[in-house]
Design a binder for this molecule. Structure first.
Ligand code: SF4
Length: 94
């Protein structure tokens, strides 16, 4: 699985010390081809598994150069805030 090497979205429930701690995120909204993190959850409750480094479970952004059959093939991925929402920063237009 492609790993998330860092995530700067520190107000997400799954974020701890600028790292994602859920098993796998989904990138791309249901009707939205932009590379947003669809797993982002804002709340006071902290979730995830401390020892886990998050990965990319699925990516719906077909126009990314790393997308193959709706799966990510990048060496690794960074997630961060872009235009005030959480995005895959490794996204590269095909
Ligand atoms: S690098 Fe591209 S294919 Fe991989 S998760 Fe980000 S947007 Fe999706």
């Amino acid at each position: 699985m492609v790993r998330i090497v860092s995530c700067d979205v520190t107000d997400c429930s799954y974020n701890k010390h600028n790292a994602c701690h859920t098993l796998a995120i989904t990138v791309g909204g249901p009707n939205d081809p932009c590379p947003s993190c669809d797993t982002y959850m804002h709340g006071n409750q902290k979730g995830g598994i401390p020892d886990i480094q998050g990965g990319i479970g699925a990516c719906k952004v077909e126009k990314c150069t790393y997308n193959q059959a709706l799966e990510c093939s990048a060496p690794s991925v960074k997630v961060g805030v872009h235009q005030s929402h959480p995005d895959c920063l490794t996204y590269k237009t095909r």
